[in-house]
Every structure is written in C-alpha cells, then in structure tokens.
Ligand binder design. Structure first.
Ligand code: CO
Length: 134
C-alpha cells in the first residue's frame, strides 16, 4: 500500500541553527522558512536526491510540536511520511486492520498542498506516521 518515502520531519528548537547545519555543514539545498499557521509550525524543506527532510519549528502558542520539544529539548525525528495513491482507501484499509487514525479521521491539506493523515505511533513501532496522497 505505501509507496515512496516522501519526507522525514525533524523538530528543531533553533530553526536558523538547523538550517545552517543542513546548508553549510551537510551541503544540502535548504528552502526559506514557510509559516504554516493552520498546522502551528514553521517549515523548512531540505531537498535530497531521493527524498526531503522537513525541519519543523513551533509557530504560535498551541503548536502541536511544542510538547515534543519539551520532551526532546535538542530536537528529534518527529514523523515520517509515506506516499499513498488514494488516502481514503488507505485510511479505510488501515482502520479495518485496527490502526488508529489521529484527529477526526478526515484528511487535511498538508504542507505540500496535498491531503494528509496521521497514524498513531503506538500502532507503528513508536513512530508517528504521516500518509500523503501522492
Ligand atoms: Co510531514
């Protein structure tokens, strides 16, 4: 069912420092920061030949990644995103196998303008999984 790895998202406490590290130390192509108020994050995209890294930084008072950074003050891998061809079909098949979909179970438009869903980390090896309709 799952296809390509779309991105790995890393929550970071200092976005400028993380950008400098990926751009200057690792030599990657790094985008300008983009505020995503609907998701409570500022996102920087790191383009790699085969996938992307998303650097996430809290935006606003109720950012969903703020508790994660409180538990992981130096940052850490927050989620991984797999592509699926049909997100509603994927959701229904996963729910039928007992996987928990977060929120109200309806896809939301993600950082790339495409529908996304999140799956409960306890059902997937302790990893928060995002599905994005490719
Ligand atoms: Co993501």
């Amino acid at each position: 069912m799952i296809g390509k790895l779309n991105h790995v998202a890393i929550a970071v406490p200092d976005l400028a420092a993380a950008c400098a590290q990926y751009r200057d130390t690792l030599g990657a192509t790094v985008s300008a920061p983009a505020d995503e108020p609907d998701h409570g994050v500022t996102v920087v995209f790191v383009e790699l030949p085969n996938t992307k890294i998303e650097l996430l930084h809290p935006l606003g008072a109720n950012s969903p990644i703020a508790p994660f950074l409180e538990r992981n003050p130096s940052g850490g891998v927050h989620h991984i995103c797999y592509e699926v061809a049909d997100i509603l079909d994927a959701r229904d098949k996963l729910k039928a196998k007992g996987a928990r979909v977060l929120g109200d179970g309806e896809p939301k438009i993600g950082a790339h303008g495409k529908p996304v869903l999140f799956l409960h980390p306890k059902d997937f090896c302790g990893t928060l999984v995002e599905l994005e309709q490719a």
